[in-house]
Unconditional design. Structure first.
Length: 392
């Protein structure tokens, strides 16, 4: 069986403690209003009527406190609270106006209205929790205007009365508190959804790894051993195995929420193929968005050169290391290599692919791109070193 809190909407659940605390305040202010009535009734022209009005105030206080706290009607929380808050405004205004029915000008002009200022604050609090700080301030100003009108204090006396500052401050404070509670509840729910989604991805990844990936790896290995027509089947199985591994790694990465920093690992692992192996750290490697895409572009250019120039059957290996203040990316292949001086000759001939697409990109990030091996039959290895906070 679900609890009452579970049945509430997220916004209602966030403000439920505020509503219940406000109703406790309502009952306390009712006691104060009754005490004020006992002290003031000898000065009223119609004391019996004043007691009738106080009784109505007490009944409304109990009914509204029950409905607004929502102990028994959680499934209709929003609808009931909206109507009760509107009723709260109407009842409070009528009780303020009724002060003129029980007292003469000499009394109501210089004293509190029949519902005391503290009890009037309940209507402002309800509106602030329901609709936020703007509605709370408007309700406070409206109630203050009604009080001043009934007491005929639109002259200089209005600036010396604390009613308006108290009601407006209460509406502003409770409205801000309600909005903060709703935002916090929304952030909590988003975090819970992301955690649940991550756990589900981890579960699916384990199932895929233990089932599909194992079968694809077996087909790839056995097809290569058998040869002939089975070799093509092995190649296709290898491609699908790599694609699934890349998909799993991307699903496990931090989602791109438009933040200034992104995880560079998915941008590298997506470039993996049967001929390209990519190894990255287990933890997210966060860098600026532009930096991450430039690193991925430089690696992509290096891998493109491997495909075009390293020879048939060449394999490439990409390694990402995070040293804390520096990112080190190595791109190595086991191909035919580059003849000594070939890159310098290509740049002199006006071929700027390597110097611009690789070296130029990395240097623009404040890093260095170094070709560590150069010569035939040795393969090639590029090493990119990019500072975490590149120089402008």
């Amino acid at each position: 069986m679900r609890t009452h809190t579970a049945e509430l909407s997220s916004a209602d659940a966030a403000t439920a403690p505020l509503w219940r605390a406000a109703q406790a305040f309502r009952l306390v202010t009712l006691l104060y209003a009754v005490g004020q009535q006992i002290a003031s009734v000898p000065y009223y022209q119609h004391p019996r009527l004043s007691w009738v009005l106080i009784a109505l105030m007490a009944i409304w206080s109990g009914v509204s406190a029950l409905l607004l706290s929502q102990w028994y009607f959680p499934e209709a929380t929003g609808r009931i609270r909206g109507w009760v808050v509107v009723g709260d405004q109407v009842v409070t205004v009528l009780l303020i106006a009724s002060t003129r029915l029980v007292a003469d000008y000499g009394w109501y002009h210089g004293h509190q209205t029949l519902p005391t200022t503290l009890w009037i604050a309940n209507a402002v609090i309800s509106m602030a929790i329901l609709r936020g700080p703007v509605a709370g301030v408007i309700a406070g100003l409206g109630m203050s205007a009604v009080v001043v009108t009934v007491r005929e204090q639109w002259g200089q006396d209005v600036w010396g009365d604390a009613t308006a500052p108290v009601l407006v401050s209460v509406g502003l404070a409770l409205g801000l508190a309600a909005n903060t509670a709703r935002r916090a509840q929304g952030q909590l729910e988003r975090a819970l959804r992301m955690t649940a989604a991550a756990e589900e991805r981890e579960r699916l990844a384990r199932e895929v790894h233990d089932g599909v990936l194992q079968v694809l790896a077996y087909i790839k290995r056995r097809g290569g051993e058998i040869g002939g027509p089975a070799a093509e089947l092995a190649q296709r199985a290898g491609e699908q195995e790599v694609a699934l591994r890349v998909l799993i790694s991307e699903q496990g990465a931090r989602p791109d929420s438009g933040a200034a920093e992104v995880d560079v690992r998915p941008l590298l692992t997506v470039q993996a193929t049967p001929a390209v192996s990519v190894a990255t750290p287990g933890d997210p490697v966060l860098v600026g968005r532009a930096v991450a895409h430039e690193i991925a572009a430089a690696v992509g250019t290096a891998l493109s050169n491997v495909e075009l120039h390293a020879g048939p059957g060449a394999k490439a290996y990409v390694l990402l290391e995070d040293t804390g203040d520096m990112l080190v990316v190595s791109v190595r292949d086991d191909g035919v290599g580059i003849p000594a001086g070939r890159l310098a000759a290509a740049e002199a001939e006006g071929r700027m692919g390597v110097s611009r697409s690789i070296v130029g990109r990395v240097e623009a990030l404040g890093g260095t791109a170094e070709l560590l091996t150069e010569g035939e039959d040795f393969g090639t290895e590029w090493e990119f070193r990019i500072p975490r906070r590149p120089a402008r």
